[in-house]
Design a protein around this ligand. Structure first.
Ligand code: HAM
Length: 422
């Protein structure tokens, strides 16, 4: 035998046993997104590397060490998207969608980050991504968060809580940055290697450090909230008042800075205590400067992304999933003539009973084998065809999940009989 080919580390297969949870989430999410006027779009998985450098930021973990970047045969530097916001902003610009127009958009798809894989953290993972382009807020900020609340309710997920913060304008952040830099410089010997590198490029990222040794230093750092400009303060106050008015519970976390550089003002994160270390299930914020930064006209925008694997895990833990769909009818056929007839009968039933799962025994086998397969399939009814049934123009109908006996039914009356039994 040849040597088996291994899957790529951190990249998962979603097998039929798990797909029900994914499809349930997709169905529910799609319904909620549509109820708020979001339209689906699909953007490429690969973009020019420059797009991510310019949007996510040179000094972020993602751009510094997590991107799947390669040169294509034409010599261009391309990157598998680590997130969707940059691509959607790029798409809005390239397709001339902005020009004062407003768009509510969502997409679903795989993202790629070369992180250290662990439970809930993968190198290929799926995100639902929502973006509202052309809305200065704070009304849309409130509505977007209300949408996430509705989604958790529709999915019957309770172990999630909301944290929010404001990052202010780029100008406010610049003065905070100077203050923070001075603080960390005065404690330079306590900085780990990553933080030392970030000290010059992007000191705010130091606040993101998960190193326990850095915790005390970070705790003592000045707070961005003390440097917010008056407009951002008003924006944040309106956001909080809006959430209060809707009865949405939240916690203000002044240390929430997010790992991507494009944010301004509102940022938020839904976290859970049910998934261990990878506790963020849905994160986002406002990025009013990004579209200009990418060469588009000034366009206020906000959005979020939700980690599908993490939400699926929550659904599985909560057990709040609808029962899996199983076929309803299994056709057992014995003998060459009956097998031929069964193929035709299965097609006729699929015509006559759209939406009903009709499974045909394939590959022959004696009655015992076929009934075992019928039982495992989860079907509720077996139709049995053999020479004696064919000679009489009937099929035997046998409920598989009840004790009722087997009865014969003329082939022409099968759809009505099946409908009455299911
Ligand atoms: P992010 O915080 O990098 O934000 O990712 C959003 C969500 O994706 C996280 O909360 C988490 O649920 C999930 N996630 C991230 N990395 C992984 C991973 N390695 N494995 C599994 N799940 C993961 C963004 O991506 C922004 N684009 C969000 C946004 C949209 N901001 C504005 N618009």
């Amino acid at each position: 035998m040849s040597k088996q080919i291994q899957p790529v580390r951190g990249m998962n297969d979603v097998l039929p046993a798990e797909i029900g949870a994914w499809q349930h989430l997709e169905r529910v999410a799609r319904g909620v997104f549509e109820a708020y006027g979001y339209a689906e779009l699909r953007v490429p998985i690969v973009e020019h590397t420059e797009l991510f450098k310019r949007s996510i930021g040179e000094y972020t973990d993602i751009v510094e060490k997590e991107m799947y970047t390669f040169q294509d045969l034409g010599g261009d530097s391309l990157t598998l998207r680590p997130e969707a916001t940059a691509g959607i902003a790029r798409a809005a610009i390239s397709n001339g969608m902005l020009r004062g127009a407003r768009h509510k958009l969502w997409c679903l798809g795989p993202m790629f980050r070369h992180e250290r894989p662990q439970k809930g953290r993968y190198r290929q993972f799926y995100q639902f991504d929502l973006e509202a382009l052309g809305f200065p807020g704070p009304d849309v900020d409130i509505e977007l968060i209300a949408l996430t609340v509705r989604l958790w309710q529709a999915l019957q997920l309770k172990r999630v809580r909301l944290t929010i913060n404001s990052l202010g304008t780029p100008e406010a952040r610049a003065s905070y940055r100077e203050r923070l830099q001075a603080y960390f410089r005065s404690h330079e010997s306590g900085l780990d290697e990553d933080s030392r590198r970030r000290l010059e490029g992007n000191p705010l990222r130091i606040l993101d450090s998960k190193q326990p040794a850095m915790r005390a230093l970070i705790e003592g750092a000045p707070l961005l909230s003390d440097y917010l400009d008056p407009e951002s303060q008003a924006h944040f106050a309106a956001l909080r008042a809006g959430l209060d008015a809707l009865g949405v519970a939240y916690e203000v976390n002044p240390r929430l800075v997010r790992g991507l550089d494009y944010y301004s003002r509102t940022v938020f994160e839904w976290v859970t205590d049910a998934l261990g270390a990878q506790d963020a299930v849905c994160s986002g914020g406002r990025y009013d400067g990004l579209i200009t930064q990418l060469g588009g006209e000034p366009t206020a925008a906000i959005g979020f992304a939700m980690g599908v694997e993490r939400v699926v895990e929550l659904l599985l833990q909560a057990g709040s999933l609808p029962p899996a769909a199983t076929p309803e009818i299994y056709i057992v056929a014995n003998g060459e003539r009956a097998e031929r007839e069964a193929l035709r009968l299965a097609e006729q039933l699929r015509d006559a009973l759209p939406g009903r799962g009709v499974l045909l025994n394939l590959g022959g086998g004696n009655f015992k084998t076929q009934f075992r397969r019928a039982d495992r399939s989860g079907a509720r009814l077996a139709l049995i065809l053999g020479d004696s049934e064919l000679d009489r123009g009937v099929a035997a109908v046998k409920p598989l999940r009840r004790e009722d006996g087997q009865t014969d039914c003329p082939l022409s009356e099968l759809p009505a009989r099946i409908a009455s039994l299911l």
